[in-house]
Each structure stands twice: as structure tokens, then as C-alpha cells.
Write a protein that binds this ligand. Sequence first.
Ligand SMILES: Nc1ncnc2c1ncn2[C@@H]1O[C@H](COP(=O)(O)OP(=O)(O)OP(=O)(O)O)[C@@H](O)[C@H]1O
Length: 699
Amino acid sequence: MSSNPKVRIVARIRAQSNKYGDNIDGISISKPWISVLRPDTNSHPIRVKISFGSDKISSGKQSCEIDDCYEQDVGNEEIFIKEIKPLISGLFGGQNSTVFAYGPRESGKTYTIQGYEEELGLAVLAVDAILPLAEEQGKIVTISVFEVYQDRVSDMLDTKRPEVAIFEDGHGKIRLKGLSKVKVNSTSEFQRLYLQAANARKELQKMTEPPHRYHTGCIVHVVSPQTDKSCAQLVGKINFVDLASYEDSRRKSIDGFNLTEATRINKSLYTVHNVLYALNAKDARVPYRESKLTRMLQDSLGGTSKILMISCMNPSLCQETVQTISLASRSCMAGFLACLDPGKSSRIVNKTSGMSSPQVMKSASKFNTRSNMVSPRVVKPMSASVSGEKTAGSKLHMSMKKDKDVSFEVKGRKLFDDTIQLKKSKLGNKCPESASSMESSSQRETSLSLASEAVSNSSTQQEEQFASSAIDLDSSQLPFEEGKGTLTASSDMDPSWLPSEKDALQIVNYIAPTTPFTDQTPTEKENKSSNLNDRPSPPLSARIQELRNNLNSLCFSTDANLKMALESLEPETPKYLPKVEASDKNVILEKSEFKTPIAEKSAKENYELATMESPWESFHMRSSRAKDSLVQEYLKFFNTASKEELKGLKGIGEKRAANIIEMREESPEPFKQLDDLTEIGLSKKQIKIMMKDAVGELL
Ligand SMILES: Nc1ncnc2c1ncn2[C@@H]1O[C@H](COP(=O)(O)OP(=O)(O)OP(=O)(O)O)[C@@H](O)[C@H]1O
């Protein structure tokens, strides 16, 4: 494995402070429950193992591996020298980079990135190092500070500006329209601006109850100044992102934060991890578009960019801390897998001719599934329990115990990706065809119950409360794997850390057949994918025209042509139903020969139509369905038309058409609703006008 990986994932354990450090819900946790094991320094690459649990049950400890871990006594300066300085050297050579701080609340993310009075953060230390270098080389330094809240990007140096728009220019470069850039000449000037942005955020926070959680970022650009002969040109940039805190949405809120918001934020955090995972695994498809944050940082994540993820641990929050490190480890493992099976990414690309088909996504997900594994020593089914264990010394332990009855598998997966299915079968039974036996990622899988137990003779009520509030860890996010060792191999690693040859082979063999078209010859595969690309797209005009006529006739219809129009719009649904009584509903639904969800939906809609009293209601429902069909047809055109056909549309020129084709290469159906067209730089108003143009006036 390269000693200089694209994505480097390290952890940081927050120092205990009097204010936060050694107390959770009144229970002392003075005994450390996080331990860090460093391998022999001669081994390469150096990887550390982080274990959670008390010493006495060390054999059953839960553990994860990541690139490095900074313990409580390490300050920002040391992290800067080891992790950020190399990125700064690359910056002047045109290499972009991104530094993320991720973790639960009060884990030290802001302390790490922005810093406090007593300790300068990494961003400040970086600017301090960049400024003299820039001066030496005749470059200038500008900064932008932004916030991402609910997928809305705001400029924090000028909060009066409207939302920042993200779009890709004709050269494939990400543009952030509306994000101000301010030139900085000194570190103190940078600190003042950074603080000003933080204060502006605090002011905005005061207006919201409960307080929002958001991602904040600072972009430091190094620019060649404008001359008589050339315009100002970006040399490179480094982003510092303080991610919103990760909060287990199943945990009862302490500060009353909103569950929907927690879920949304966690989803965007998972997207960041999925992007890092895909980059580390050298996947053909990287899901940048799944969140505004990753989309806006795309050109500092992909290509030759370098990424540093600092996973911050708050020892007071066991559950979130374990999950944080588990996720970090998952992305790390992707690098190992890619290293073990270097042909994997190219195989995926070959199989799809650079296009990411849904099947490939699925297989890539399955590939991901295998990488969430992790504990090298855990080879038996286990259950884990966190014990709020009040020993004589008032100590909280997190313990793992073996349990034959409770078995589970890691469902490492592409988080929040609906297309991903999860496997229940064991490694030996795994075959791609068993996809049907998988369950949706939204479903809770066998959960690992981490129940806290108070074992003190004199436990207080508070302790009992803590003990009884079971801490649930989703097994998908836990670093265990049933029945096998871990894939932590690199040919020159400490052998005691390596999986057995058999394990590694098994895993690599598992990955290989999960890609689709395995029964096809290379030529067939090529034909298949080129056929896909060559498939003539349906002429928009013909189908839209047909739908328009139908909709028109709907507007001016007699009962008879209304029926005809509807039938031609929805030939696959059961025919026009006679008026029925409510009691017949189940019969209708049961009798429906269409058992697919869509057919069932149609049957339900037909039932609703049939039971409607007022013709107006019925007309309204039918016309809105017809409109939906029109929109779907219109979007289908964007999802399938050739570049030339796209250019035939008013408002779509060469650049937009190219952009659409590129989006389709990343995701097979990028346009699922009209608003998705804003991704190609169209305003909602423009979309409306274009749609109207294509469909024509109805009245
Ligand atoms: N390494 C450290 N050493 C000493 N104190 C620290 C350290 N890390 C964090 N702290 C202190 O812990 C508290 C919480 O840190 P910080 O605000 O950086 O957390 P955070 O993860 O950004 O929290 P949130 O996401 O809730 O805003 C602060 O008072 C900070 O000074």
C-alpha cells in the first residue's frame, strides 16, 4: 500500500477537562475505556488499533483499526506538523486538500479545526504557515467561510448574501456562485475573520430553538495574482471542515434536538463517509452528489486531492464514540481491500464502460458490505454490552461479552443508499443472486444491545437510570464480523495483524463474483454497455405530444373521451372501475392481479377514483395524475436523450448537455423530480418555462 494514501483517517481522543471530561450523567468515568495499541514501529504502513472496553475482558474487546490516533496529551501543533504540513507542501504544487473533523458533540472538533484562545486550531496554524510561503512565491491568499445547514450553503463572511449556488462549469470545475473570497495578509487578520464568521453563526443560532447543527467550513485559496498578461489563477486550496456533530438518533436527546434534523445530519455525515470509502476503495462511482457538502468540495476530494479525516472521540459519550470510530475504520478498510484486490475498480469500470449501472452500484455496495469488518481477533459471534459499571472506584466500563445465543453479522453497507440490500447469509453462503434475501438498509438489522448495568452495591438512582437506558448500537456500525478474521492485510504489515491467507482469499473471491454480467464474455459485456449507451432515446416530442393531447382531451372531455384519455395514459392499470362501496376496497385490492408496489398503488388510486362522489374531485385527481405522467416523461427525456437531442431543447446548450451526460455517467437516473434540473444550473423559473415550452399551453 502506498505510504501516502489519498484518504488518511486518524482519530483524536479529547482530553478530559474539568468541565466535560470525567463525568457523564453524574457517573465518574475516570478509568479509561478506550485503549490504543500501536503495532511494531517497523511495520508498514503503521496502523493503530483502538479498543473499547475494560482491561479485564480484553480478549473480547471491540476494536477498530485506523491510520493513527492522537491521544489526550497531544496538542494541535503536533497534529499540524504530522498531518497538515505535508498537505501545505502539495498546495503550492496545485494539489487541493480537505481536512474534516468528525465526531459526537463536544468531542473537540472545533477545538481541532478552529481552536480556542488557549490553543490555535489547525486552520489557523495552516494559514500561519501558508502566508509566508505565498509571499515568497508571489502568491496571494484568500479565504471563504461557509455553513451548510439543511443542504443550504450560506456565506458566513457576508450573511446577507443569498444561498450559495453550486454548479459545474464547462471545464468540469465546481463553481460556488455567491460565496465571497476575502484576501488575508496576516494570521491575525484571518483569525479576526474566522471569529467574525463564528459570531455571525452564533447570532443566527440565537434565533433558532432548539439550536441547529450544521457543517462549517473554511476554504483557504492560494492564488496567482492577476497580471497584465494573465488573470488571477487558483494554484490550490485547502478546506477545513468542522462537521456537524454525530448524534445517535436513537439516543434520547439531552438538549432536545430534533429527531428529523438528527437523521438528516447523520445522513449527510454518512455521505461524507461513503465518499471517502469510495475514494479509498477506488470505486468507479463516488457519490459526491448525494450531499451539498460533498458536491461543493468535489474538486478538493476527487482527482489528485488529499483528504484527512480526524475522527474526534468524546470519552463521555461511549455510544457515539464507538460508532464514530467504527465508521472511520470502515473507510480505512476500503483502502486495504482496494490494495488486496487492485483490479477491482478497473473491473467495475470495464464492466460498465465507465457507466455506473444500478447493478454495479449494488455490487459495489456488496463490496462495501465486506469492508465494515474489523476486529482482527473477533472470530466468534459476540454480543457487546456497555456496563455503566460502578466499581469501588466509581468507574464506568464498557465491556464486551461473548454470547453464543446472540449472533450477528456486520452489515457494513453503503449507508443510506436505498439501492443497497443487506445480506443475512454467512460468508460461505454468499452469492450475488441471493440479493432478494436482503433487507433494505432502512430496516434495523440485528441490533447489538449494549445494555448498561450498574453493578455497584450502592448505586444511586442516577446510576440506575443510566444503567437502564440501554445503549443500542446498530450492528451495521459495529466493527465485528461473524466467523472470520479481519481484512487488515498489507504484505509488509506486522504478521500478527494479518488475516489468514484463507480469510483474505475468501474475501477477495467474494468480491469478485459480486459484479454483474459474470456469465458474459467480455465482448457481450461491451456490447451490452455500448447498447445501453447507443439505445435511441425516445423522442420527447412524440410522447409529450401524445400526453399533451391526452391532457387536453381530459380538460375538454365528455365522459367517454375522458375515459379514453385516461386509459391511454395508464394502459397498465386495471380498467376503469365501476363505482364501488367502501367495503369492497379490500376485494378490489386483493383481486388486483398486479402485485408490484406500483400496481398496488394504481389499484388503490383506482379504488379512490371509483369511490369519489364528486366528478370534480375525480377530474382533479385524474388530471394531477396526468400531469405527473407528463413530468415523468419529460424527466425521462433528460435521463435518456442523446446530447444532440438535449441540445434541441430551448435552454440547453452545449455545456448543459455535456453536464447532463456527465451526471448520467455518475448516476443512471439523475433526474427524478423537476427540481433536480437545478443541478444543471437552471432556476426553478427556467425549468417551469422550459416544461411549458415542451408541453405547450393546455388551455
Ligand atoms: N484536546 C482538548 N484538550 C482540552 N480541551 C479540549 C480538547 N478538545 C476539546 N476540548 C474542550 O472541550 C469542549 C468541547 O470542545 P469543542 O467545542 O471543540 O467540541 P465540538 O466537537 O466542536 O462540539 P460541538 O459539535 O458540540 O460544537 C471545549 O470547551 C474545548 O475547549
